[in-house]
Ligand binder design. Structure first.
Ligand code: SAM
Length: 186
């Protein structure tokens, strides 16, 4: 399960640019920075929003504890088919909008989670839906839980700030395009 760049991954992202918001999968460097705040020894449930063709997903699975589950919510059914090919019993893939976190946690009898990792293209999603998704994330995180989101700009900083007690920003040039990581603590 190595995170290798495949040309076909870019083709898939370009075909769905209106909802993917990018033409290349995230670089290893961006993924490393995005996941750096996660305590993989203690995490037992991680939610991933907008996994696409799975470059963040594979890194999560590589580092997750054997008893940790990963719940991925993805709207693009072609990506869902690809993600379902990953053979790992800890991975649960849902063809669902990021705003339906609560329904999925209810199905699994999970109260709240420690981490939500997101590659959602917030800048392309309408304001009402962004507000709705962020409210869902906030209300389903444990106290002290983290929302980790990357973006290519700071345009959504003002949407994220009121939902969390602290938002730290990191920046990496080593991605195409360069990206900000929003590290949000409940
Ligand atoms: C930038 S791609 C992420 C791909 C991969 N995680 C990466 O970092 O390279 C964003 C993904 O978010 C998905 N997406 C967009 N809106 C969504 C929503 N409301 N709920 C769930 N997934 C969504 C898109 O289909 C796309 O796969």
């Amino acid at each position: 399960m190595t995170a290798r760049f495949k040309f076909s991954d870019s083709i898939d992202l370009i075909k769905s640019i209106k909802t993917s918001g990018t033409i290349t999968p995230s670089s290893k460097n961006l993924v490393r920075r995005l996941l750096a705040p996660i305590d993989f020894d203690s995490a037992r449930c991680i939610v991933e929003l907008g996994p696409g063709n799975g470059c963040v997903t594979r890194s999560l699975l590589k580092r997750m504890h054997k008893d940790c589950v990963l719940l991925c919510l993805e709207v693009n059914s072609d990506f869902v088919v690809q993600l379902n090919r990953v053979e790992d019993s800890r991975l649960h893939v849902y063809n669902a909008c990021a705003s339906s976190i609560r329904q999925i946690l209810d199905e699994l009898n999970i109260d709240k989670v420690g981490y939500v990792v997101s590659s959602l293209p917030l800048a392309l999603i309408d304001d009402e839906m962004v507000e709705n998704i962020l409210a869902e994330v906030g209300s389903n995180l444990k106290e002290g839980g983290r929302f980790l989101q990357y973006q290519y700009s700071l345009a959504n900083y003002s949407d994220v700030k009121p939902v969390f007690s602290d938002v730290k920003l990191r920046f990496t040039l080593r991605n195409m395009p360069p990206a900000f990581v929003y590290d949000c603590i409940k």
